[in-house]
Write a protein that binds this ligand. Structure first.
Ligand code: GDP
Length: 193
């Protein structure tokens, strides 16, 4: 995929603000700090369009990035940050349901998992939530440069087993640091666009 154009068009707090062109959308979900902003920036070859290390706990928005005037990446607020109040967690949950349950143009979701560690309980809940709504999922195992080559297969197996990933869902390993996995991720995502 050659990305010629990428721009954030709206940080939405409610569905009234979602874009209306009807372009296909790929959502991106994952724990805070998993490397989601770094993934987006690497995929679209921008140094810092998506903020990295954005502070959790601030206003939670769905960020819509329009790409090549033909589709959207939708950056979903990270989860699993311990210091979030009950009220904030509830607001996050409502936002997730409103988007994932009702958005007709959502074609697939990238679920990012830190390859260094087994999936957390929150990761498993997120995957199950997406499958509950029959949303195709691409698992992206991030920070692969931090896992020794000899250990990668073992880590992938642990992730697949913990999530109990369905046969139609793929997993790609990825490094925002080196760019490894970028072409494979685009090729897996292209079939949804
Ligand atoms: P987000 O909270 O999920 O958006 O995570 P960020 O993209 O801000 O990344 C969190 C931290 O992990 C930052 O310090 C990044 O530099 C680092 N990081 C993200 N992706 C990679 C990667 O592929 N390799 C390495 N080594 N570090 C990464």
């Amino acid at each position: 995929m050659k990305v010629n154009q990428a721009a954030i068009v709206i940080s939405a707090v409610s569905k009234k603000q979602y874009p209306t062109e009807g372009f296909p959308e790929i959502a991106l979900a994952g724990r805070s700090n998993v490397g989601k902003s770094s993934f987006i920036n690497r995929m679209i070859q921008r140094k810092s369009l998506a903020r990295t290390s954005s502070k959790p706990g601030k206003t939670q928005t769905l960020n819509f990035y329009k790409i090549n005037e033909s589709f959207y990446f939708v950056d979903v607020p990270g989860y699993g940050y311990a210091k979030v109040s009950k009220k904030e967690r509830e607001a996050w949950g409502r936002m997730m349901e409103e988007y994932f349950q009702e958005r007709d143009t959502l074609e697939a979701t990238v679920l990012l998992i830190d390859m260094r560690h087994p999936p957390t309980e929150d990761d498993i809940i997120m995957y199950d939530f997406l499958k509950h709504f029959d949303i195709p999922v691409l698992i992206v195992a991030t920070k692969m440069d931090k896992v020794k080559k000899a250990k990668r297969d073992k880590h992938i197996k642990i992730i697949k087993e913990a999530l109990d990933i369905e046969p139609e869902d793929d997993l790609v390993t990825f490094s925002a640091e080196t760019g490894e996995g970028k072409d494979e991720a685009w090729s897996k995502l292209s079939r949804f666009l």
